[in-house]
Design a protein around this ligand. Structure first.
Ligand SMILES: [Zn+2]
Length: 643
């Protein structure tokens, strides 16, 4: 695969493949430095055009461009985007069949591709390690590079090993890309990726079109409803921290005739795809989501992002808040929460900490559940028996996950969430041996017959099995077939790799005796301290009402703004609503009439013009404070006749 002629410049490529005539800030500078062979760290805020920098640099560098990416969805998006433009690229991920994967490796080996998208885990596989020294490398790109730092918001232990490949070949530049990095995280990226004389390019963290706001309010549902009614038919995202709330809030909004749907990692792939599609087609006005609704889902015209829970860190908040106003038109990012929420968030963090003994319990019961004996169980993806683990360990789901994440961090296992892979099988014994098994039992006979008949190449290659079809054709049940195939695997007749839908755990090293688990208590302590520090900074941001929020956010990322934004609730010049006394008493009367029967605030507001609502709300709160209107059941109010 030849690269673009040296005479071709970046701007020509931009026009040729993307149809743009000019670059966004910093794109050209990053490309220039990478093409000259320098290591670059590019910190570009979401929507700044990160991908384009490596796509064009990759085209301009001679040789192969490897792009390491943490999420399959991200990988697919970027792969598709290059494919659409006719740029040769391949990807390798766990959702592909053995045949597809092999084809991809072949394209790499025989120089038939320019771009390769891989997960960090793939760099550690035997296939990659064997191939790598022979590759003519042009560029290594590490996307979402903040995942390398345990001080970032999305630490992925497998990222730590990416830099190691340089010891076998290092004559090419590395480009680390991320949307957010504090000075500390940037340093980690440089250290762990082994960047040399790094050029650090960073766009500004300020988002002038975003009005950051914090609303101190304990009646969140009403407040939310009011914000959404006022912004009818505009796209909004509501972020909450758990799946149950996603469901509750979207039902609540639907009851009030707002087109809302919810999205979280617990939905099936098909359901998530469907929702993403509807969202992209403007068929949903309000998305209620957990942080799973994030990377790879791009929509430029989101007008407001509302957080109903305290985010765990400023990085996480900034990323999510930044999904508003990507089209650079005015948009709002607000947090609705009360003082109690802040206290609860701090308390919860303390109570969610896992201990070394929790981690041991989770590991123990996981192995026990799957019957994994000491010294065994390596490299086989097992479904995550979350309910069983919760019951056996008496820990919360959160603590079970967190325990598994620690074990992943120490290299004992790999936790895959929401992945999908096919069941795969390959015969690794002779026909004679298979025949012996067939004679031995009728069950084996039926299964083996079917496999040989349906997959004639099964002696040569891994074949993906369609279990549903198989169960139907041999009139067996799926669980039983899996058992039989696993037994044939133990007898070394076949290599059976179980497919996974949902969450799975793969032991990276054979099961160890639980007491010998290499638990690093000091590291845990350091991590918890850091987490607490991050949350405290988030809480400070929310509790603050004097310092410009835009300034505060930028300062967190090491950037000083010259002036206040004039748009956030902390620095905006106050313009107290002033309503003429006559109009005011008219409105008071109307509110009281409307609340003769119990009604919600949203109901009351819906009887006023949009531009009147902020003042009406003020008056309503005054009435509540004076006791003339009182709470009557959840979110409804009734007026109290005055003497
Ligand atoms: Zn401000």
């Amino acid at each position: 695969m030849t690269h673009e002629k040296p005479s071709t410049n970046a701007r020509e490529l931009l026009r040729k493949y993307w149809g743009f005539s000019s670059f966004r800030p910093l794109q050209e500078e990053i490309i220039r430095d990478v093409v000259q062979g320098r290591d670059v760290l590019g910190v570009m805020t979401t929507g700044g055009g990160k991908s384009l920098t490596y796509q064009i640099s990759g085209l301009l560098r001679p040789g192969l461009c490897i792009v390491v990416s943490p999420l399959i969805s991200l990988m697919i998006d970027q792969f598709e985007s290059l494919k659409k433009r006719g740029i040769p690229s391949v990807m390798i991920h766990s959702g592909m069949t053995a045949r597809q994967t092999e084809n991809a490796w072949n394209s790499i080996q025989f120089n038939k591709t320019k771009f390769v998208f891989l997960s960090p885990e793939r760099l550690q596989t035997k296939t990659f390690k064997a191939l790598y020294p022979k590759l003519k490398m042009g560029l290594l790109v590490v996307d979402e590079a903040h995942c390398i730092s345990e001080w970032g918001h999305d630490f992925r232990p497998s990222y730590l090993k990416i830099g190691l490949i340089r010891q076998f070949q290092d004559s090419y530049p590395t480009l680390g890309l991320t949307a957010t990095a504090t000075p500390q995280v940037s340093q980690d990226i440089k250290d762990f990726l082994k960047l040399r004389n790094t050029v650090h390019h960073q766009t500004s963290f300020s988002r002038p079109n975003l009005a950051f706001q914090v609303i101190n309010e304990s009646n969140k549902y009403n407040c939310l409803l009011e914000k959404l009614i006022n912004s009818k038919k505009e796209r909004s995202i509501i972020f909450v921290r758990n799946r149950r709330k996603c469901y509750q809030i979207s039902s609540f909004l639907q009851q009030h005739d707002i087109q809302a749907k919810y999205y979280h990692a617990g939905l099936s792939n098909a359901a998530r795809d469907a929702i993403q599609y509807e969202w992209s087609q403007n068929k949903i006005d309000v998305m209620v989501a957990t942080n799973a609704f994030g990377m790879g889902i791009d929509k430029a015209d989101v007008r407001q992002v509302i957080h109903l829970d305290v985010p765990p860190s400023i990085e996480a908040y900034y990323q999510e808040a930044g999904r508003a106003g990507r089209d650079r038109l005015p948009a709002r990012s607000m947090i609705i929460c009360s003082r109690e929420d802040l206290r609860d968030a701090l308390e919860q963090q303390t109570s969610n900490k896992v201990s070394p003994s929790d981690i041991k319990k989770v590991y123990h019961y996981f192995c026990l559940h799957h019957g994994i004996a000491e010294g065994q169980g390596q490299f086989i993806p097992y479904p995550l028996p979350l309910d069983v683990l919760i019951k056996k360990t008496s820990l919360s789901a959160l603590k079970v996950y967190s325990s598994l994440q620690w074990l992943e961090r120490w290299g004992l296992l790999h936790l895959a969430t929401n992945e999908y892979s096919h069941h795969k099988i390959k015969v690794i014994t002779s026909r004679e041996n298979l025949y012996k098994m067939q004679v031995e039992s009728e069950d084996y006979r039926v299964v083996i017959d079917y496999v040989l008949r349906t997959y004639p190449n099964v002696f040569r290659d891994f074949q993906s099995i369609d279990l549903k079809r198989m169960a139907k054709e041999i009139q067996g049940n799926e669980a039983r077939i899996i058992k039989l195939l696993e037994r044939l695997h133990t007898y070394e007749c076949v290599d059976f790799q179980r497919g996974i839908e949902g969450n799975s755990v793969t032991l990276r090293i054979p099961r160890v005796v639980t007491v010998n688990l290499p638990i690093n208590a000091a590291e845990m302590k350091r991590h918890f301290n850091h987490q607490a520090h991050q949350l405290r900074q988030m809480v400070d941001y929310i509790a603050n009402d004097r310092l410009c929020r835009q300034r505060m956010l930028c300062r967190y990322f090491g950037e000083e703004l010259g002036q206040d934004c004039q748009e956030c609730d902390a620095c905006k010049p106050t313009s107290k609503p002033s309503v003429a006394p006559a109009l005011r008493s008219h409105w008071i009367q109307r509110i009281k009439t409307l609340t003769q029967k119990p009604h919600s605030l949203a109901y009351i507001l819906s009887h006023f013009e949009t531009n009147e609502r902020p003042e009406v709300k003020e008056i309503f709160h005054d009435l509540c404070q004076r006791g003339e209107v009182q709470n009557h059941g959840p979110n409804t109010f009734i007026s109290i006749p005055q003497a």
